[in-house]
Design a protein around this ligand. Structure first.
Ligand code: PGA
Ligand code: ZN
Length: 432
């Protein structure tokens, strides 16, 4: 029983209104599940391939009909009749059949859709909530609710403003449980909205639901966040800390080995360069001035020497998260471990393309004392897989956007449901 009867994909839209893949999987005992795949904007250069059609007569070339056809044709043929409980074996089979390092034959969007649908079907078949099933296959107690990193100011490629840094997030580390952490976040979000309004700044939101006011400096943005934390009745540092994702790969010039003012450059204004040393100093100064205790991609994926220096200088004091740098890939994480680079990894399922490989990256991280942050993408869908996955992996941290936009809130609401269901078994991440 519970063998794959049918796998069918279709082209749907993500939260940016761009096509993405949905996979519907049915079994011989009438289980029916679906999985919907997110998509990034500031993608790492070593991510698994997101297969797009390139046919400019549809969706400006961004259609995913080729990926859909790969699911409905060769991948379905490969997996038909197989047991949904063999997650690892089925993921390996797809990887092998694809035969390329970056899944460029079938597309990671096609393969991941099936991989996640298999896990969801297995959970239904076992009559387990998804987080419990995902915990079971890793031999982990799926009871640890993650501390959310809520992205309340959006810049970089996610916000139509002059901020070079992509994400300004708040972490309610002083909350006693997930429910309270979300309340802290929402109250600060609304307080920030009022502050922006009073200053006649825009309160429209960016891709991940954070505000994207036309501020001109990162410091201005951080000062506003601190003001919002205090006005909402919380104590910066004790109750709430700040996490940054500059997404610095986007504003690194490899030839010049320097960082540049990206938004000024994009707006055809005069722009300046900053050396690697100065960029590290800049980050360090920000951590001295503001209650920042986590920085993701503070340097570029092409600046490994800079990363090693950054880790030496700041790695004992704060969390340094590799996103573009590691792309959820054990190959790059291993390099990071060897070179003493970063102390945490961002985990995005679609950077690598199967559930099994994602779990391998998490295991490798945990075995080497690296923390894990489970993450959404800037274009999401209503699929809440990562909420269950965050609890099941005992990652302890999740970043899934701000306190607006339903594709972000859906994940938070799912975590509320899980916490409610776990009752007094629910734990909340403390060690930040
Ligand atoms: P992306 O951004 O989903 O657009 O790649 C998210 C991130 O950089 O963390
Ligand atoms: Zn990032």
């Amino acid at each position: 029983m519970s063998k794959i009867k049918n796998i069918h994909a279709l082209e749907i839209l993500d939260s940016r209104g761009t096509p993405t893949v949905e996979v519907i999987l049915t079994t011989d005992d009438d289980i029916r599940v679906n999985a919907k795949i997110p998509s990034g904007a500031s993608t790492g250069q070593n991510e698994a391939l997101e297969l797009r059609d390139g046919d400019t007569s549809r969706y400006f070339g961004k259609g995913v009909l080729k990926a859909v056809a790969n699911v409905n044709g060769p991948l379905f043929k490969l997996l038909k009749g197989k047991s949904i409980f063999d997650q690892q074996a089925l993921d390996s089979l797809m990887i092998k059949e694809d035969g390329t390092e970056y899944k460029s034959n079938f597309g990671a969007n096609a393969i991941l859709g099936i991989s996640l649908a298999i896990a969801k079907a297995a959970a239904v078949s076992k009559k387990l909530p998804l987080y419990k099933y995902l915990g079971e296959i890793q031999d982990k107690k799926a009871t640890l609710l993650p501390c959310p990193m809520m992205n309340i100011i959006n810049g970089g490629l996610h916000g139509d403003n002059m901020l070079d840094f992509q994400e300004f997030m708040i972490r309610p580390k002083g909350a006693k449980n997930f429910k309270e952490s979300l309340r802290y976040g929402a109250e600060i979000f609304h307080t920030l909205k009022k502050i922006l309004k009073d200053k006649k700044l825009s309160t429209s939101v960016g891709d991940e639901g954070g505000f994207a006011p036309n501020l001109s400096s990162d410091e201005e943005s951080l000062a506003l966040i601190v003001e919002a934390i205090q006005k909402a009745g919380y104590e910066p540092k004790k109750d709430i800390t700040i996490a940054l994702d500059p997404a610095a790969s986007e504003f690194f010039d490899k030839e010049k080995n320097s960082y540049f003012e990206m938004k000024k450059k994009l707006a055809n204004q005069d722009y300046k360069y900053r050396s690697v040393e100065d960029q590290i100093k800049h980050l360090e100064n920000l951590t001295k001035k503001f209650p920042i205790d986590s920085i993701e991609d503070g340097l570029s994926e092409n600046d490994w020497d800079g990363w090693a220096k950054l880790t030496k200088d700041l790695g004992k004091k704060i969390q340094l998260v590799g996103d573009d740098l590691f792309v959820t890939n054990t190959k790059f994480l291993k390099k990071g471990i060897e070179k003493h680079v970063a102390n945490a990894i961002l985990i995005k399922l679609n950077q690598i393309g199967t559930l099994t490989e994602t779990i391998q990256a998490i295991d490798l991280a945990h075995q080497n004392g690296y923390r894990c942050v489970i993450s959404h993408r800037s274009a999401e869908t209503e699929d809440t897989f990562i909420a269950d996955f965050a609890v099941a992996t005992r990652a302890g941290q999740i970043k899934t956007g701000s306190l607006s936009r339903s594709e972000r809130i859906a994940k938070y609401n799912r975590l509320l449901e899980i916490e409610e269901e776990l009752k007094d078994k629910a734990e909340f991440f403390k060690d930040l």
